[in-house]
Design a protein around this ligand. Sequence first.
Ligand SMILES: Nc1ncnc2c1ncn2[C@@H]1O[C@H](COP(=O)(O)OP(=O)(O)OP(=O)(O)O)[C@@H](O)[C@H]1O
Length: 352
Amino acid sequence: MADTDLSAQIKAALAEVEIPGGGDLAGYGGLSEIIVTPGAIAFAIAVASGMEAAFGPAREQAQSIAQRLGGSRKVMVSITAEKSNSPKFGHGSAVPAGKTRVNGVKRIIAVGSGKGGVGKSTTAVNIALALAAEGLAVGILDADLYGPSIPKLLGIEGKPAVRDDGIFTPHDAFGLKAMSIGSMLIPGQAVVWRGPMATSGLRQLLRETDWGALDVLIIDLPPGTGDIHIALFQQTIVDGVVIVSTPQDLALIDAQKAIDMLRRMRVPVLGLVENMSYFIAPDTGIRYDIFGTGGAEQAAARLDMPFLGAIPLVMSIRAESDAGTPPVAARPEGPEALAYRAIARTLVTRVP
Ligand SMILES: Nc1ncnc2c1ncn2[C@@H]1O[C@H](COP(=O)(O)OP(=O)(O)OP(=O)(O)O)[C@@H](O)[C@H]1O
């Protein structure tokens, strides 16, 4: 059945669900678009503040209807409530009372950037592999719902398995436990995840995955600062954030904006990684500091954060990433891998 047909069928079936105050869920104005992908069904029920518990049975009934019609798809039905007396962020997402840790996960390190295309995901994957090379149990979560690239970078195909109780079993890639919304979407569909839908999708990927016992979970954030970041930092204890930048980007104000947000939300900034920092000629192996040297250290000092290290601009990083075999896995002793591993060792000392 086409995804749109299934969406309409679920919507029609939600007429069976009574809601507090009379009426049914299908006709309720707070019901979001019903998103159907090959691997998942997701929708949200927006309710007035204080009505969350009252809508609980309706949510459960909606969940089981969607599950019955959706076959093996993972179903995510969430209730979103707007709290009138608390500060609002983004699209009216509620501000939860406190931050909590994720079951089984000792430390979370997020990787962010001021803007897109600076190599944030490539850096996140290779740092995760480098931490695993230090003997740690490591997972990676692709929180870049608008442009998920972890499946491609790690050569992951297909959907994650879902247990009978609805919990995801993460993919295993080069010894990493990996989850990405990308493996549940068809190409080009990612843009439908917006506002509360996106944040609740991320929360479920984070919290309804059987991570096992992890020393570190790396979260690949979307670029910039948005709803996803705010929701994650409000709800979850993130032990620190690594900011990735290119030399050209360093002078830009974007990184400053990201850092200001982290400080306001009391999330530790672990430091700056300069990506595509210098060029290594593929034929001679000679290093060229095409952007000059020391710029990143100066920028880190100006932004009042530690400098974590520089990654060269090398064609093999792009080629191996495109082929789904990141340099740290492909050639653990190669010069690129050593650059990532030096950063990972610094991180281990910063996040005990
Ligand atoms: N050090 C590097 N040397 C050469 N190519 C690189 C390097 N780092 C990343 N790339 C390439 O740059 C491109 C962008 O990288 P990546 O997808 O990791 O960026 P991103 O910041 O996560 O982007 P987005 O914001 O779109 O998610 C990719 O083609 C990647 O292979």
